[in-house]
Write a protein of this length. Structure first.
Lengths: 209, 259
């Protein structure tokens, strides 16, 4: 069973619909027992880091997620989930789960996409991902595939070896993080059409050693 | 680099797509869920549903449509039309829409934007604006005025001032519709689009007037729009979304070409 972590951060039903659509059983839950016994977990989320961490702590889910990761079972972070796994977020100056060492930073409004055009914030829409290595979950991704992003903050891992993919939006930022049994995307796999569903499916059958 | 988004717009009345849309390949031309699937598979980057159901009692039909669309397509879609309260927004978002668009309700009660952004996040709240050119006046310095009721009621509000206020209140995006250009198929209102897009820091979807791929090229470059809404030019099979994207790609406008 796949557990989608419910910590009152946005509409998690869209992730559930996508997982069901590709043929896997999943449950949206905040039940510590259910999460601890899951085969794999998905940690999604939309919203602000401060509120999210407060909810996780209040529900006792912060420790459960870290323990689950330490057990070696597959973990997928999506969007805010990908930021909360870092050490510290500049959004609301929040101490996060620290599964990955590093920080979460805001896009600077003076970043430019061309000489005369500044970026708009949030980064909203379809963009590409350039992979720096191979990964079983990303083995079907094509270079020209694009993914749906909505975010004003982005993760900055201390160790560049944890960055599997980068995306260009005024700067190159880490849009895919991979470390042991964890894979995390800044973009919304559940809203990225065929390429997103393909990656989600690969995660659902991934057996990290 | 971010792609420019191409967004088909579907009008829905009491659960059925309107406008007598013609389609091949056995697509049920009246079923918004089938239409959404068709455009999803054809490469739409997002879909906008506009609920034109007159009676408030029949609005639950739209919620059911939204739920079925969310089980069928896996790209973002927004729902507008008749959204008057936070509860209306919640119903649409919980049913699976990515965004909700407010238009006349926001003109009458601007606080709906801030309370919506606070409850669901700015990224969920689209400010829909219907705009008419009236010439520069003392209370309309930009020459563009906000209208409601399909352009029949002038609100005495300057379009640029309203866009800036909407952004300040927490709108995450603006869908900018020119009533003058709407339905003409003769091109978007470029001056209006560049005026708004240049002055706000949130994304702007241009709406009204699309008839050819060149029109999209103009509004996405000279108009500085981040996305372009299309309706009859694809509904009537004049162009496919691939035709439009190939045209834009040939002219070096970044679009999503893999789906």
């Amino acid at each position: 069973m796949i557990a989608i972590i419910d910590y009152e951060a946005g509409n998690l039903a869209s992730v559930k619909r996508a997982v069901s659509f590709i043929g896997y059983d999943c449950v949206v839950t905040n039940d510590i027992d259910v999460i601890s016994h899951a085969d794999r977990i998905i940690f999604p989320g939309v919203g602000a880091a401060g509120t999210a961490m407060n909810s996780l702590k209040r529900m006792g889910l912060d420790k459960v997620i870290v323990e689950f990761f330490n057990s070696g079972r597959p973990v997928l972070g999506i969007c805010l989930g990908t930021q909360i796994i870092m050490g510290f977020s500049h959004e609301n100056n929040t101490h996060c789960l620290k599964i990955i060492d590093g920080t979460v930073k805001a896009f600077a409004p003076d970043l430019r996409i061309s000489d005369d055009i500044c970026i708009k914030i949030p980064h909203m829409g379809w963009n590409r991902v350039v992979l720096s290595g191979k990964h079983p979950v990303f083995e079907d991704m094509q270079e020209k595939d694009e993914f749906y992003f909505v975010h004003g903050f982005y993760p900055v891992p201390d160790d560049l070896n944890h960055v599997l993919g980068v995306t260009d939006y005024g700067i190159d930022f880490a849009s895919v993080i991979a470390y042991k049994n964890l894979i995390a995307t800044q973009f919304h796999l559940e809203k990225s059409g065929r390429p997103g569903l393909g990656i989600l499916k690969n995660f659902c059958r991934w057996n990290p050693c | 680099m971010l792609s420019k988004r191409i967004i088909p717009c579907l009008d829905v009345r009491e659960g059925r797509t309107t406008k007598g849309i013609k389609f091949q390949n056995n697509v049920d031309i009246g079923d918004p869920v089938e239409m959404a699937r068709f455009y999803y598979e054809a490469g739409a980057d997002e879909i906008v549903f506009y609920d034109i159901t007159a009676s408030h009692e029949k609005r639950d039909i739209m919620i059911d449509v939204v739920r079925r669309v969310a089980e069928t397509i896996f790209i973002p879609f927004s729902v507008g039309g008749g959204i008057r309260t936070i509860d209306d927004m919640r119903a649409v978002l919980l049913a699976g829409a990515e965004k909700v668009s407010v238009n006349s309700a926001a003109v009458k009660t601007p606080e709906i934007i801030s309370s919506g952004a606070k409850a669901f996040g700015s990224q969920c709240i689209v400010l829909g604006m219907d705009v008419k050119y009236v010439g520069e006046k003392e209370n309309i310095p930009s020459g563009y005025e906000i209208v409601i009721n399909g352009g029949r009621t002038y609100m005495g509000i300057d379009a640029l001032e309203w866009a800036l206020k909407g952004q300040e209140l927490g709108a995450g995006e603006i869908c900018l519709n020119s009533i003058d250009a709407d339905g003409t198929c003769e091109g978007y209102e470029i001056n209006l689009t560049s005026l708004i897009s240049d002055n706000v820091s949130i994304p702007v979807i241009a709406s009204g007037g699309a008839g050819t791929p060149e029109h999209l090229y103009q509004v996405l470059t000279n108009g500085f729009a981040d996305a372009a809404l299309i309706a009859s030019m694809v509904h009537y099979d004049n162009y496919t979304i691939s035709d439009i994207k190939n045209y834009l790609d040939d002219k070096n406008v970044k679009v999503r070409k893999s789906w």
